[in-house]
Design a protein around this ligand. Structure first.
Ligand SMILES: [Zn+2]
Length: 255
């Protein structure tokens, strides 16, 4: 009791930065910061990859294209960093959160920059079926070792195509898809897989991030949001749909 009281009285001595700890939020927690350009003019995606895990140029290019069409930004760009994640064994979501904070170059909200953080380490998620995961408002991990193993014998889809779709899928979760921080006025969330699209032609279809993917979808994988996903984003931007759990709200946004 004494300890609690004394630390409470001490808190007045700390600077405001120390008291106002950075909040990390939930996936979708910065969708308004992405859709609105009043504060954040630029979107930068930090891509940290371990040796032999670098995402393909196709993945990087399509990531920029998808974010450019979803978010209202003067520029969308990426920064690549060869990174030693210094991690043994499988990754739990909690370890991913901490490693993300340890390895990123800057805070998620940095001046006029909004920063997403993608990690491509070696190794596997603690749930071995998982190909990629979004763990907070800006942090994504993609498991290329597992993606390479999830190719089927005829390589249709190829691991490169799976990597691209998984990456776009996880970015979709950072944009709040589907129904993560809002409730769509269109019924397109898969009741059996919450947070995912019921349309297998949307990149937000649940199987995209599952290692069963090449047994479920043959040939061409979706790597774009479908019309319902896009309409959700447009309605969030137009404030027809309300966004909850946001780390940042535009001025005059009635929560
Ligand atoms: Zn997902």
């Amino acid at each position: 009791m004494i300890l609690i009281l004394s630390s409470a009285s001490l808190s007045g001595c700390f600077s405001s930065e120390e008291i106002l700890e950075e909040r990390y939020g939930v996936p979708g927690g910065l969708v308004l910061a992405c859709l609105d350009s009043s504060q954040y003019k630029k979107l930068v995606v930090e891509v940290d990859y371990e040796e032999n895990q670098k995402p393909t140029q196709e993945t990087l290019d399509l990531m920029i294209e998808r974010l450019e069409s979803a978010c209202e930004k003067e520029s969308v760009s990426y920064e690549l960093y060869l990174t030693d994640f210094n991690h043994d064994g499988s990754w739990s979501d909690e370890e991913i959160r901490f490693k993300g904070r340890e390895t990123r170059q800057k805070n998620a909200m940095d001046g006029d920059e909004l920063r997403f953080h993608l990690m491509f380490p070696s190794g596997y998620h603690s749930n071995e079926n998982v190909l990629g995961v979004a763990v907070d408002a800006t942090t994504v991990m993609v498991f290329n070792d597992r993606i390479k193993e999830s190719e089927n014998l005829i390589r249709r889809p190829s691991w490169q195509d799976i990597e691209t779709s998984v990456t776009i899928h996880e970015l979709g979760h950072l944009l709040g898809l589907v129904n993560l921080v809002y409730t769509s006025d269109v019924d397109h969330e898969d009741p059996d897989h919450p947070g995912h699209s019921s349309n297998e032609e949307s990149v937000m279809y649940w199987a995209i991030e599952s290692s069963d993917i090449s047994n479920i979808i043959f040939g061409t994988l979706p790597n774009d949001f479908d019309i319902d996903d896009k309409n959700d984003l447009q309605k969030l931007k137009d404030r027809i749909l309300k966004a909850d759990n946001q780390l940042w709200y535009p001025d005059n946004y009635h929560q």
